[in-house]
Design a protein around this ligand. Structure first.
Ligand code: NAD
Length: 229
């Protein structure tokens, strides 16, 4: 089976009702990004960070995967599909995708502040954490999110997947956030690359990319109709 590697960004979840950064409504204006999504922000005001991610979780459990997530799962019947996502939501998993690599962490998880490898999944009846939350060892926890100014631990794995791709598809990302945006450069020369986004970012010169200026749901339907095994 051909390896179909997908690199998804916030745009794939937009049709599920989760705002992207670029198309922000009140959300990112109410909370400056560097206060709620940076390492310094967490040191400065951890209570605000807990509050912010509690709100994001409460929103996420009300959202459902859309046809873009579901169609990628359907493509598993014909391709070896690997999803690399910048998203912290769990909509790829809820649509059934088997292989999902999160570059920027996972909203529904928290981890110990003392032992990074102690990661805990929250449940829909237990979505809130605070500076006073303790894990089973009595240690404080933080969102299992990669903040700005922190390393991206899954990036090396992601570059390996990009190198192995027979087909590479970027969906719903402004190609603004590094290192995620650089995955394109790891694809083997000659590999077909598609970029689905209704307002695509300019493509770096010298990269042969087929741009599909459409919404994620339409673009995934296009993939289903046009990709050849
Ligand atoms: P971005 O907000 O910078 O860009 C989103 C892109 O999605 C834009 O290019 C926009 O044109 C496109 N888009 C909007 N509607 C779309 C649709 N219906 N179909 C397809 N594309 C659509 O987001 P980004 O480039 O992913 O990076 C921002 C960072 O924000 C990432 O690190 C990401 O983890 C984080 N983020 C995550 C979520 C989430 O988990 N759902 C939501 C917002 C931001």
């Amino acid at each position: 089976m051909k390896k179909l590697v997908i690199s998804s960004g916030a745009g794939i979840s937009a049709e599920s009702g989760i705002s992207t950064f670029r198309d922000a409504g009140g959300l990112w204006e109410k909370y400056p990004v560097m206060e709620v999504a940076s390492h310094d922000g967490f040191l400065k005001n951890p209570a605000l960070i807990h509050k912010f991610y509690n709100e994001r979780r409460k929103q996420l459990v009300t959202c459902k995967p859309n046809f873009a997530h579901i169609g990628l799962h359907q493509l598993e019947e014909r391709f070896d599909v690997r999803v690399i996502t910048q998203n912290i939501d769990d909509l790829h998993e809820r649509a059934g995708s088997k292989n999902v690599l999160h570059l920027h962490g996972e909203l529904m998880k928290v981890r110990s502040l003392k032992h990074e490898d102690r990661v805990y999944t929250l449940t829909s009846d237990n979505l809130e954490t605070s500076v006073d939350t303790r894990d089973e060892y009595g240690d404080p926890v933080r969102p299992h999110i990669v903040f700005f100014q922190e390393d991206v631990p899954n990036f090396t794995k992601a570059t390996e997947l990009a190198k192995e791709a027979d087909i590479f598809v970027v969906i719903g990302t402004s190609l603004n956030v590094y290192p995620a945006a650089s995955l394109l450069y790891y694809v083997k020369p000659g590999t077909p690359v598609y970029y689905i986004d209704p307002r695509p970012a300019p493509i770096p010169e010298g990269t042969a990319v087929h741009v599909l200026p459409m919404k994620a749901t339409e673009g995934v339907q296009w993939l289903i109709d046009n990709l050849k095994e």
